[in-house]
Design a protein around this ligand. Sequence first.
Ligand code: SF4
Ligand code: SF4
Length: 116
Amino acid sequence: MHAPPHREAFAPTMSQCQSCGACCASFRVDFSVFESEAQGGRVPAALAVELNDTLCRMRGTDHARPRCAALYGRIGEKAQCGIYEWRPNPCREFEEGSEACGTARRRHGLTALPNA
Ligand code: SF4
Ligand code: SF4
């Protein structure tokens, strides 16, 4: 579903994402096996749990208190995706300021962004 690198990690401009990371610690993140390094993709194999013939899941995102194993930093302070260049599509498509973004932020005690 989403990404800090939907945030630009440490880009000098923008974004609330660099001081957030909430979406990477709120939802399951499932993606095509073909995005996994093991199947010729770019998501590091150690971070991808294979669910079945078609789907992988980012490690840690299905825990009772989800937190992607690729996420560095502290939620709500400073956060960064450790595999920004190689993150799966759901992370690339997750939109800062979306309803889901607001849900994730509220879950971590942060206020939703104005357009969420
Ligand atoms: S891969 Fe990166 S952007 Fe995607 S959930 Fe994990 S830490 Fe977030
Ligand atoms: S929850 Fe929203 S603001 Fe926070 S990192 Fe994700 S997209 Fe960015």
